[in-house]
Write a protein that binds this ligand. Structure first.
Ligand SMILES: [Mg+2]
Length: 299
């Protein structure tokens, strides 16, 4: 539903020469100055729960999800603008949100440059607009080619056990790979491997086949699967979302060299191949359709 909703909104936006990259990627790129801009909004009850999650971790997560979108563009962050709608009787939460953001801002050299706060009768809503710059070529969703390998950083699934709050945005990894290697396309895995891989393929005008046994599964995914057998650990990797790892389309020879060299602190794994036939598939040959199970907002 969310995909259709965004698609129909995108159709209404006039083409602008002020955009080098417009809606449809992890961030926009402005023309001619090259600024990379992304905006994410997190709501109490959807992305976190004020009753159970600390304001510190909510604040950190709000900045971290935006950093992950800049990582998906191979962009270096510069400055963040924070907008908060505070519940009327809990306005003091703003201090703790900031306490959660500041260490991450320092770690990634992000200036907190301004924003806006309001008090209202609703629940907590936090949004950050983050601006960055690409020191190398921007990494887009649209460059994957049939024959490219699909690589992923880290491990997937079960993020609700904690990773959705304490993940490290893959900025350093994206910048390193874009500087030293040939990447055709990339996206951050925020809504589940199956949905984000399908998005990457769709924006590139091709399909992607995922080799399910090759998916690197997190300990949390395995643990959740052992407690609840309605979903396997692989199902969790495909559909849970909020892993905030990078999905990359890499030319086959380059991908083989990268997998052999493992140049990052986190593992890089080949989990699929881009193919001519549009859509999401499973297998390594005689591909079969793979349902998209990632997280979509109900609109
Ligand atoms: Mg993203």
């Amino acid at each position: 539903m969310e995909i259709e909703f965004i698609r129909s909104l995108r159709k209404r936006l006039p083409h602008s020469p002020q955009l080098a990259v417009g809606p449809g990627d992890d961030a926009a790129i402005l023309h001619p100055d090259g600024s990379v801009v992304t905006c994410d909004l997190l709501c109490d009850g959807t992305h976190f729960s004020v009753g159970t999650d600390s304001a510190l971790s909510i604040g950190r997560k709000t900045l971290a999800v935006n950093l992950s979108d800049l990582a998906a563009m191979a962009a270096q962050p510069i400055a963040a603008f924070l907008a908060v709608a505070l519940p009327r009787d809990e306005a003091s939460i703003a201090e703790n949100l900031l306490d959660g953001m500041l260490p991450l801002a320092e770690q990634f050299d992000v200036a907190l440059a301004g924003g806006d706060t309001n008090v209202w009768d609703g629940r907590l809503v936090v949004s950050i607009t983050l601006i960055g710059r690409c020191p190398h070529q921007p990494l887009l969703r649209s460059g994957a080619k049939p024959g490219d390998h699909l690589l992923v950083t880290g491990v997937l699934g079960g993020s609700r056990m904690g990773k959705h709050f304490d993940f490290t945005p893959r900025i350093a990894e994206a910048l390193y790979l874009q500087k030293h290697h040939t990447l055709h396309a990339g996206i951050d895995c925020s809504d589940g491997l199956s949905l984000d891989a399908a998005r990457l393929a769709e924006e590139s005008g091709c399909g992607v086949a995922i080799d399910l046994p090759a998916i690197p599964l997190s300990g949390a995914a395995r643990e959740m699967a052992s407690k609840d057998d309605t979903l396997s650990a692989t199902d969790r990797a495909l559909g849970d979302g909020e892993d905030f790892e990078l999905l990359l389309a890499v030319p086959a020879d380059e991908a083989k060299a990268l997998i052999a060299a493992q140049p990052l602190a986190t593992p890089l794994t080949k989990i699929g191949t881009f193919i001519e036939a549009p859509g999401l598939w499973q297998g390594t040959e005689n591909f079969r359709p793979l349902p998209v199970t990632g997280y979509e907002h109900r609109i």
